[in-house]
Design a protein around this ligand. Sequence first.
Ligand code: 3PG
Length: 320
Amino acid sequence: MTKAELMKFFHDIGIVPVVKIDDAEKAVPLAKAMIRGGLPVAEITFRTAAAEEAIRRVTKECPEMVVGAGTVINPEIAKKAVAAGAQFIVSAGLNPETVKWCNENNIPVVPGVCTPSEIEQGLALGLDTLKFFPAEASGGVGMLKNFAGPFSQVKFMTTGGINASNVTDYAKCGNVITIGGSWMVKADLIENENWDEITRLCAEALKAVQGLEFVHVGINNADEAEAAKAAKMFEAFGLSTNKGNSSTFMDKDIELMHKPFYGTKGHLAFRCIDLERTVYYLSKFGFTVKEESVKYDAKGKMKVCYFNEEIGGFAIHLVK
Ligand code: 3PG
């Protein structure tokens, strides 16, 4: 994977589990549990003697897994990790020697920073994606918002103190490319070979990062007159009419289309944080984007789309 492809993958997957493993024998079953949970990616940290062998085994046995090395404190460890199969290098701090070695050898590297000066050091080394660590202890989401001002070109992989309860807040930060953490692969779960729980926590993390919520139902009508008639009927239920150009909203919950639109009967609209990411996520459930329905914002990011698949005659609509 090139650096650009890896960064796109990081963005789309949204979550990078941080693994600390004591027994390399457990690496492959762990990777399989993560893959079942929808997270074929791991940063395996050099905090244990088993890290190198764990990377080697997962790379060999689970080719679909994107494996990187974490806690890489110097170029020697980076070399070992890459020789074992690591596709990217992560560190808690920023060691210019490690970054230079990775740059010279075309290995994507994401060193850790938590201050503006360290960010500038990363920029000077040619990097535009950095790890924000330890995120929660260094000011969390508030700090990321402050970084977005002077360092609008920098994207962060955030880790440290993130879990199921605050992951959605990080996902909402525009400068967060991906969220890392150990909460779904805790050492005791690995130790006790609690693979089903790891699978469940991976799936839960992946869902949380989408921030999906149902927003409205759209009903197709033959024409504006039919939509107006329907509006009158909904008013009997206490809903108020807000007429627009192509549709009429009843409160914010029901959209009466002024002519037949996507979906045999209409559509179900869901809000998410990042459409590109959620399109990738839903593709794993068989959803395919209706290309002609996609609209982009001024920054070229997807802001609206529909899927080809219908549920009960209703098309699925994603909005930001
Ligand atoms: C890391 O190195 O990124 C952290 O140890 C992960 O942080 P967490 O264990 O608090 O998730």
